[in-house]
Design a protein around this ligand. Structure first.
Ligand SMILES: [Zn+2]
Length: 141
């Protein structure tokens, strides 16, 4: 079963486009690329805005609250590092302050449903920050 503290880990390979995002995550800060032309937020960081194609965007902070748009459940490990994690969920989350982002679900994937309210958790792992989401309902018990 999935556990943030004991999950499998494969170090990411930041690109020229994603390096700033990973640097912010390493400091515990979740950010989203925001277009300087049309103000839309998109993910992942890429050379041009996915809505209007403008190349001037900046990383802006987000509080990481949102709702589950869609998800998949991994029932088989995609690498030996994740054998103890399965089954686990990967969620696409519509953030309240704009944009859709992908992260791992920190709880039993059987809890996943359309519109589930979640909040981001940035887990420090080595020199990286990894993105997880946990349900808000469960955390308010
Ligand atoms: Zn744009």
């Amino acid at each position: 079963m999935i556990s943030i503290e004991k999950s499998g880990f494969v170090p990411p390979t930041p690109s020229i486009d994603t390096a700033g995002w990973w640097k912010a995550m390493a400091a515990g800060n979740l950010t989203m690329p925001e277009c300087g032309e049309c103000s839309s937020r998109f993910f992942p960081p890429q050379p041009r805005c996915s809505r209007c194609g403008a190349s001037d965007w900046t990383l802006e902070p987000t509080d990481g609250r949102g709702s589950v748009y869609s998800w998949v459940v991994a029932n088989r490990a995609f690498g030996e590092e994740f054998v103890d994690d399965v089954p686990y969920g990967i969620v696409a989350v519509d953030l309240v302050d704009g944009g859709r982002i992908i992260g791992r679900f920190a709880e039993d994937p059987a809890l996943l449903r359309d519109g589930l309210r979640v909040e981001a958790v940035v887990q420090r792992f080595d020199e990286f920050g990894l993105l997880w989401f946990k349900s808000v309902e469960a955390s308010e018990d």
